[in-house]
Design a protein around this ligand. Sequence first.
Ligand code: SF4
Ligand code: SF4
Length: 358
Amino acid sequence: MQIEHLNEARRQVEICNACRYCEGFCAVFPAMHAERAFSDGDITQFANLCHNCRGCYYACQYTAPHEFDLNLPAALAEVRRESWENYVWPKALARRFQTNAALFCSILAICLTCLILFVKIMDAEGDGFYAHLSHNAMIALFIPAFLLPIFGLGIGLRRYWQDIGGARIKWVHIKHAFASALALKNLSGGHGDGCNFEEQDRFSHQRRYAHQAIMYGFLLCFAATSAGTVLHYLLDLPAPYSSLSLPKLLGVPGGIMLTLGCGWMILLKRRSDRALGDAKAWHAEFGFTALLGSVAFSGLLLWIWQDAKGAETVLALHLGLVLAFFLLLPFSKMAHGFFRLAALIFDAQRQFKAQADS
Ligand code: SF4
Ligand code: SF4
C-alpha cells in the first residue's frame, strides 16, 4: 500500500478525532473515536467502513481553502482501493485492474469474442439454452471462472482480517453486520435524511435506493441460480423453466432491479464530484457498474428471446458478460461488498467489546 496515502488519511483522521463534529454521520466516526493512535490496520478498517457518501466533506469547516485541506471521503477512497489491491490474490493483477479501464475493456472483449465463437462451434443438443450450449460445457466453463475469483477474494479477506486484528467471529457479529449492510444504514447520513453523493450539500436517498436495488437484485439473481441448481441436481428437473418456476420468479424481478439499479447508479455517479472519490479508479468503477447492469439486462433479453431466431447470439453475449464479470470480480468495485461486510463484522466486534468493558 502506498505509504503517502495511508499517512495522508491518518493526518486527516487525527484532525477528525480532535474535531468530532461528524460523530453521528456513519460508523467510521465512532470507530475512529475509540482510538487515540491509528495503526495502518485501523486506517484500512475506517476506509472499508466508509461508503463515500461525502456527508463529512460538505459538513467540514476544514476543507480547502482552509490550510488543513481536509477531504476525508477521497483520502479513505484511495486507501480503500489500495487495500483491495494489496490483499486480493494475485496481487499483480489486482493492481492493474482497479485503475486500468483499457485492460478492463480488453478482458471483456476477449470473453465476449471467445464465447461467441464457442457457442457457434459447439454442436449441442437439448432444450432451451442447452440447444446451443450443453449443460456440461457450461459447467466446465463457469465452475473454474467462479471458483478462482472466490479463492482470490478469500485470500484477500483473510489478509485483511489479520491486518485489522479481527477476533473469532460469532453469530451475533454476523447478524449485526448483515442488519447494517441490508439496510445500508451508513448511507442515511446519520440523521435519516440521506447522503450528499450526487446532490452536493443537499441530502438525498437516491444513492441508497440505487445501491439497494443493485444489492437485492443481485441477491435475487443469485437465489434464482441456486434454485436452478437444486432443481437440476436434486430434483432431476433441468431447464428450461416455466415463467411460474422458482428460478424465473426470483430471477426476472432480480434482473429488472439489477438493470435499473446499475443504470441509476451510473446517472448518480456522473452527477457526482470526481475529486471527492478515488479519481484514479473512476473509469474502471464506471465500467464495472455498466458491466453488472449489462449482465442483468442481457439475462432478461435472453429470457424474452430464448425461442426466437438469433437466440444463440444473445446467449453468447450474456455468457460472455457473465464470464467477464466473474473473472474481474476480485479486482473490481465488486470487491467492496465483501470487504465492507468484513469491516462491518469487525465493527460489530468492537461495539460488543466496548459494551462488555463499560
Ligand atoms: S470531517 Fe471535518 S467536521 Fe467532520 S469530524 Fe472531520 S474535521 Fe470535523
Ligand atoms: S464519506 Fe460518508 S461514509 Fe465516508 S467517512 Fe464521510 S460521512 Fe462517513
